[in-house]
Each structure stands twice: as C-alpha cells, then as structure tokens.
Design a protein around this ligand. Sequence first.
Ligand code: HAM
Length: 416
Amino acid sequence: MSSDLIQSLQGMSDIDYPEVSDWQRIEQIARHIFSLYFFTEIRTPILERTEVFTRSIGNTTDIVQKEMYTFQDRGGRSLTMRPEGTAGVVRYLATKGQEAGSTRLYYIGPMFRAERPQAGRKRQFHQCGVEMVGEPNPLADAECMALQLHLLEAWGLGGCVLRVNTRGASDELPQVGAKLRECLAQHSDHLCDDCRRRMDQNVFRVLDCKNPDCAKIVEQLPMITDLISPDSREYFEEVIGALDMLGVAYTHSPRLVRGLDYYNHTIWEISHSSLGAQDALAGGGRYTIAAGKKSISGVGFAMGLERVLMALSAGERVSTGESPLRAWLISLGDVARRSNFAMMQMLRSNGVDCCMDMSGRSMKSQMRSANQARAKFVVIRGGDEIERGVCVLKDMKSGEQVELGEDKVLSRLMQA
Ligand code: HAM
C-alpha cells in the first residue's frame, strides 16, 4: 500500500489512546447530565436521503450548497452523510405517533461537512446535542440553554459566553427578510459579492458576514426585535425572563442569525475565549421542520466535541491519560505462561483489568509491553514461583517489589 493509502482522509482523524480517554470522559459526563434532565438517547443513521437535509437545513445555506457529502447509491437514490443531527431526529420523530409530542432526545456521534480543514474545523467531527419536541414555549428554550451551560460547566468549561437572539415566528420570517432587504438595498454597492447574492437568496446571512465593510452596513440595520410582531417580541422577553429566573448569564446579540434555515423564535450561540472568534463552541435554537405530512416543532442545541476538547486542553483541564490498566502478567517459561493465562481470567472475572503477552517472548519484551500499556503493576511468575505458589508483584510507579502468595494477588490488585 502506498503511504497515501494508509493516511486517513483530510479532515477526518483516528482518535486513539490516550486522547480517546478524554472523549470517553466527556461523553460519560454528558450522558449523566442528560439523564438529570430526563433526556434519552437516540441513534439515527449516518446516511439519510438527501432531501431530509435539503428541505430542513435549506437549499441556500452553506451546508447544503457547499458542504454535504452527497452521492448516488447503486439504486440511483441521492444519499447524504448527515451534516448535523436535528434533521435526522425530526425525520425519526415523524415516524412516531402521538408519543413524539413530548420527546426529549440526545445524541452523540459523527457528522460530516466538506469544509476546509483547520484547527476546530473538521470534515468528520462529532456533535453532542439534544432535541426537545413541542410547541413553542419560552420555558423550554430557557431550559435547553440552562442544560447546555450546565453540561459545559460539568466538563470544566466555565466562563462560556451565551449570545441569544430571536428571528420571530416562522410566518413572520418573509416579512422580516423583506424589511432587511429593503434596508440593505441602498447599500448594495458596498456589500461583498457573497452578500449581494445572499440578499436575494437568504438575506439573514448578510447579518453575520465577516467582511468589515458588510459588518459596518449591518450595524446600521434595525434590530430583528424591532421588525417582528409584538407577540414574538413578548415570546423573546419571556425567554429572557426565564433565563434570569434560572440565573443563566447571557447577552442579547441583535445581529445573531445562525446558519440553518429551520430556525424561528429563539436562537443562540455559545463561545469560549480559548477558541478563535470565528469558532462557536455550540449553537442552538427553536425550529419548525416539515417531515412528510407532519410539521415538527422543537428546540435543541449541538456542541462540537472537537472544539469542546480544544477549549478544555487550552486550560489543561483534560485528563492526562490515567493508567488504563491495573496489571500486566509476566511469564518466565511455558508453565508460567499457561498458569498466568488462567490467573488473568480469574482476575478479570473479579473485576481486575489486566493483560499479558501470549507469545512467550523475553522478560525484557514483556516488560516493554507492560510499560507501553502503562500498567500500574506487573505480576511476575516463573517455574520457581509456580512451584512455591507465589508471585512477584511490582509497583511500576514506585519500583517497589514484593513477593506474595497467589491467593493474595487478587485482593491486593482489587485495592490498587
Ligand atoms: P451548527 O451551529 O451548525 O448547529 O453546529 C453546532 C456545532 O457543531 C458548532 O457550534 C460547532 O461546535 C460544531 N461544528 C460545526 N461544524 C463543524 C466542523 N466542521 N468541525 C468541527 N465542529 C463543527 C447545528 O448543527 C444544529 N443542528 C444545532 C441544533 C440542534 N439546533 C437545534 N437543535
């Protein structure tokens, strides 16, 4: 195989030890926090029909226009590798009856976007998110944000900044868009090419253009809260009131729009100082998505786990790859090897994690394996030890070595 063929694809990484223990830790904490809020896990397929995404995320969004991994299967159907979790969860919920009306689901898994890879921007990345189905309710929106910040705190990421805004109810979006277009028309000569195109296709996206000239024009636009109906404004005020009630710190960010079309009412983003200004740690919002004959409303969020781990490692709050293994069994000779093989099973059955070299290599090679596995202890036995019914137990950190009866090994390792 040429060396190119053994590399993973650009923007898609193998996650191995010790980094994988950080992933396991944050996933475990997430599952615990989600259970406190009565969320259960959903695992939807990675491949879906392309329309599942185009119809919900929106044809004019960057994700649909430039970033989806889409291909035809052998039957000529257009399939897409999920670029995010919400659309698939909504597709799943549409298959359910009444019980879908009050579902609280979470997911943790890989998503795929063909973006230009860089730090914190991958082509296969991982999201941890929730979807809470139900008609618009300001308390649900606030609960969702509180849960998200609770989880970030539990991971050790205090000091996150929550920026909140509203887009108004779904049926107001065309009128808000028309008003924004009207205000922007007089400045169109000074907008970047992308924004001139966005004015027709998806005017909301002009609001978060990073081009400094566009940003100056956007500053002069009315706030979305000034363009929506009094009912929607009241809804947003109730969300803010509920956040205050829960003691959740936020800033109202009147130009925040988010990059997916399914949102209405409340939208938000969370950032952390250790990531660059462009990289949101997480985002969420309320949405309405048509799925088959149904239209499903809900609120949810997703966090990019690569970015969470980057933010954690910036503060050195990630575990340092604690020793993964309690004991490595070392055998001198064939009799000891067979005897250790049986002891290994006995130890494992009693909850002691351990391993050994099966191939009868030298003592030096076996010690090397124990070191590579970062075992806390090695248990050494040769013919002499087997005859006397003892083992040598070596503490790999202190180097201390003791001889103890075979029957004492289990209890000693269980305490380790
Ligand atoms: P999103 O803002 O597109 O929202 O993605 C959420 C998070 O996924 C981002 O804040 C970021 O941390 C991470 N992310 C996105 N793209 C990449 C990438 N290429 N590499 C690494 N991380 C990335 C959604 O996906 C919505 N489905 C969130 C949602 C759920 N809204 C309601 N429910």
